[in-house]
Design a binder for this molecule. Structure first.
Ligand code: F6R
Length: 606
């Protein structure tokens, strides 16, 4: 988390630093700051809260330097105050940092004992004093950084500038992504290529352990052993246009409405339309003898993985092991030879998912990733990549990335099923046709989004909300609860409908809305029984279903009507009402929908 940028330019660059930071705000927005070198001295401006506060600060108190670094923060060490905002600096050196320095307490003690005075609670400030200390002992800036890097444990992407030098910036990467942008007589640094897109499409990604010295004339890169290395420059496809909200009030609304289009694009990537056939990239394993698929991901991406478990087991008849990445990586799960490990991530940078990937790679698994960012670390470290074509997702709550993950994973299950002979060609055609119908059905549902207003108004008064579902609808229930809590701050839990009577039913009374994800599939009669149990205890039922609640004997339920769809495709379609309910409830409560408190879009710390 946190976004970092750097520019060595030929005019005052503070405004450009802010422009680059705006494109990184998805990585954190607790505070922001920039530092430049003016008349040989380091100067900085910082502000608590969103980037607009920093912009105001710069308007009243501008910076003139032609070299500078910037930061947008997601707090890990120390509260989101101005004192803890980056850049951190001494008279000699200024640093922006993304990541966590695990040994910062030991470093701080050591440096304090040598007379260094810390002003913030951050781990980052230890880096500033470490470099300053080396320079006070006579080391050159590059040697000082090299020594300091060897003492840092943890994860970092760093941008570093020095007083008295307007033509040198040092960058370093360990565990957190970092891109270098090449301009004409100008150089750039950013947490991703999107931040640098307004300035240059020519990007070099630093590799794990690399550090680099940037000057207007170019860049020298060194590997983890400080040996000079060449890293290829590529042309980035990140759009230079700032992604905007169009006619929508929030990015989240725009992204919900983009789903018919982006799901179509994603499906088109894996389906040969002329033959109604799924075409997968080479996964590097023998699909016929594939012993197991291991899935790992976090948050919403994990729920997409849970849906995929049902699909892979039912359609491809392959055993699936799934866990959240932060648990999986420490479980020491045994891995069968010839197994496939699948990692799902919108950003492709989630630290826990990446660590789980590396664990599985070390255990000899073939790695496939379902990612939305082609150039991300997870994509680059995978043997095969199933790209989701959701486009940039700016709203912190994932919506279109989730349904595109589902689209890619459904194709994965069908493709593996065909290869293993567990489904016939006719079944493959039926599944493909069902998937191809989804964008049209979602459009129909979105056209009726007015039906959610009153229900959302009602939900916005609730203190607790339960979501229920069975089979593939169970992960949807958990996704619904996650979406509601993260943007409306209402407590919500998702349960398997059959599990209700084993405990959570004690929570039900007339004040607890119970949202039931209930497509009319083979499990529907059982879900209805669970709804009756809720109704008998006075719970308020909101039934998201293609079936009529009255005909189903649940006349007291409020009905959100969903078009009929082949059960395979129901998770993609039922994701929409779940997202709209959360969105409209949050709007009713007046929360910051796109940037909810305490969250960040890309979670690059453990
Ligand atoms: C919730 C949400 C998060 C992410 C999770 C993983 O709406 O967006 O739960 O799904 O942080 O992020 P990625 O997919 O980037 O690995």
């Amino acid at each position: 988390m946190c976004g970092i940028v750097g520019i060595i330019g030929n005019k005052p660059i503070a405004e450009d630093l802010v422009e680059a930071l705006r494109r990184l705000e998805y990585r954190g927005y607790d505070s922001a700051g920039v530092a430049t070198v003016e008349d040989g001295k380091l100067v900085r401006r910082r502000a608590e809260g969103k980037l607009r506060n920093l912009e105001k600060r710069l308007l009243s108190d501008p910076l003139q330097g032609h070299i500078g670094i910037g930061h947008t923060r997601w707090a890990t060490h120390g509260r989101p105050t101005e004192v803890n905002a980056h850049p951190h600096m001494s008279a000699t050196v200024s640093v922006v940092h993304n990541g966590i320095i695990e040994n910062f307490r030991a470093l701080k003690e050591e440096l304090t004992a040598c007379g260094h005075v810390f002003e913030s609670d951050t781990d980052t400030e230890a880096i500033v004093h470490l470099i300053t200390d080396e320079m006070q002992k006579g080391a050159s800036p590059t040697k000082a950084v090299e020594h300091a890097l060897s003492k840092l444990q943890g994860a970092f992407a760093l941008g570093i500038i020095f007083s008295g030098d307007e033509d040198m910036m040092i960058a370093a990467r360990k565990g957190s992504p970092l891109a270098i942008g090449h301009g004409k007589d100008e150089m750039y640094l950013g947490s991703d290529a999107i931040a640098l897109a307004p300035f240059t499409p020519e990007i070099t990604y630093l590799e794990e352990g690399d550090w680099a010295v940037l000057r207007r004339s170019g860049v020298e890169i060194f590997d983890v052993e400080s040996k000079p290395v060449k890293r290829q420059a590529i042309r980035s496809v990140a759009s230079s246009l700032m992604v905007d909200k169009g006619n929508h009030r929030h990015f989240m609304a725009k992204e919900i409405h983009e789903q018919p289009e982006v799901i179509s694009h994603t499906l088109a990537n894996y389906i040969d339309m002329s033959k109604a056939k799924v075409v997968l990239p080479d996964l590097g394993v023998d699909l016929v003898t594939l012993p197991r698929v291991t899935i790992s991901a976090c948050g919403t991406a994990y729920y997409a993985g849970l849906v995929a478990k049902y699909w892979l087991e039912q359609i491809a008849r392959v055993p699936v092991e799934i866990d959240i990445a932060s648990e999986f990586r420490y479980r020491e799960a045994p891995m069968p030879p010839g197994g496939l490990a699948v990692f799902i991530s919108q950003s492709g940078e989630t630290a826990d998912t990446l660590a789980a990937l590396r664990y599985c790679k070390a255990k000899g698994q073939k790695i496939a990733s379902v990612v939305n960012v082609r150039t991300s670390t997870i994509a680059r470290e995978s043997d095969s990549v199933l790209l989701t074509l959701a486009g940039p997702e700016i709203g912190v709550a994932s919506t279109k990335a989730f349904t595109c993950q589902l689209a890619a994973l459904a194709c994965l299950a069908i493709g593996i099923g065909r290869a293993r002979g567990t489904i016939s060609r006719e079944q493959e055609i039926a599944y493909v046709e069902a998937l191809l119908e989804v964008p049209r059905l979602i459009s129909a549902l979105l056209a009726e989004d007015g039906q959610f207003n009153d229900i959302a108004q009602h939900l916005s008064q609730a203190r607790d909300v339960l979501y229920l579902g069975r089979g593939v609808s169970f992960p949807l229930a958990m996704e619904g609860a996650l979406k509601l809590k993260e943007i409306s701050y209402i407590h919500a839990e998702g349960y398997a409908a059959g599990e209700l009577k084993h405990g959570p039913i004690a929570l039900i009374d007339e004040n607890v809305p119970v949202i039931v994800v209930a497509p009319e599939d083979e499990l529907f009669p059982k879900t209805i029984s669970n709804m009756q149990e809720v109704a008998a205890r006075g719970g308020q039922i909101i039934m998201i279903s293609d079936a009529d609640p009255v005909a189903a004997g649940c006349e007291q339920a409020i009905h959100i009507s969903v078009p009929k769809v082949n059960p395979l495709a129901s998770p993609l379609l039922y994701a929409i009402p779940v997202q709209l309910l959360a969105y409209q409830t949050a709007v009713s409560r007046g929360t910051d929908v796109d940037q909810p408190r305490n969250l960040a879009k890309s979670v690059t710390v453990e």
